[in-house]
Design a protein around this ligand. Structure first.
Ligand SMILES: [Fe+2]
Ligand SMILES: [Fe+2]
Length: 199
């Protein structure tokens, strides 16, 4: 995984420390690793999805085709996956920014998409349980826990331990993140209120 990050970052068009960059990929990976054993998803595909799904973004804001681009990129890569896993990964990337719940789909795809959506609080959005696919992801306690991490863009320890990188200081100095920290309590109250409504 660490070796794969190098070529991904070499062509990544945005700041690696931005909202859709490494810190987000690491939290999606962390969430995927929690969800996969609970849902029965293919962990290898979920892990690859975490670092690839937003790798072809060209804007931190509106970029409706970044899923398609990342799927094409995935297909161009030589990965340690079977043909079936490779195709599943490309599908997960292609659809991740459009797909909605409409009946049971592949559990690995669903786990990938939930891992990404559970990190939505970094942009001030509250994950909507109705738009989450798997039962463990819809657990209110888990949504709250992940939103706490996401809102302040907390850097998972795996970034240092597994990827050998450290940009905690850089993140902490970002004005946007410092500003959000001032509203942490208000935001978490909003999360809890919105989840109460869903019960
Ligand atoms: Fe995305
Ligand atoms: Fe994402």
């Amino acid at each position: 995984m660490k070796n794969l990050l190098r070529p991904i970052l070499e062509r990544y068009a945005l700041s690696p420390t931005g909202t859709h960059g490494l810190s987000h990929w690491a939290r999606v990976l962390e969430i995927g690793r929690i969800l996969a054993p609970l849902t029965g998803a293919n962990l290898k595909v979920v892990e690859h999805f975490a670092i690839l799904h937003d790798s072809c973004r060209q804007s931190e804001f509106f970029d409706s085709r970044h899923g398609e681009r990342s799927a094409a990129y995935v297909m161009s890569l030589k990965l340690d996956l079977t043909k079936k896993e490779h195709l599943l990964l490309a599908t997960a990337c292609k659809l991740h920014n459009h797909v909605e719940r409409s009946g049971p789909l592949d559990i690995t795809l669903e786990t990938c998409w939930d891992s990404d959506r559970l990190d939505l609080a970094r942009v001030g959005s509250i994950p909507d349980p109705e738009r989450l696919f798997t039962t463990p992801a819809r657990e209110p306690k888990f949504i709250i826990e992940r939103s706490m991490e996401a809102f302040v863009e907390n850097l998972p320890s795996l970034v240092k331990k597994e990827w050998g990188m450290n940009f905690k200081q850089e993140l902490e100095e970002k004005e946007f993140i410092r500003y959000k920290k001032m509203y942490f309590d208000d935001f978490m109250k909003r999360v809890e209120k919105s989840l109460m409504k869903c019960k």
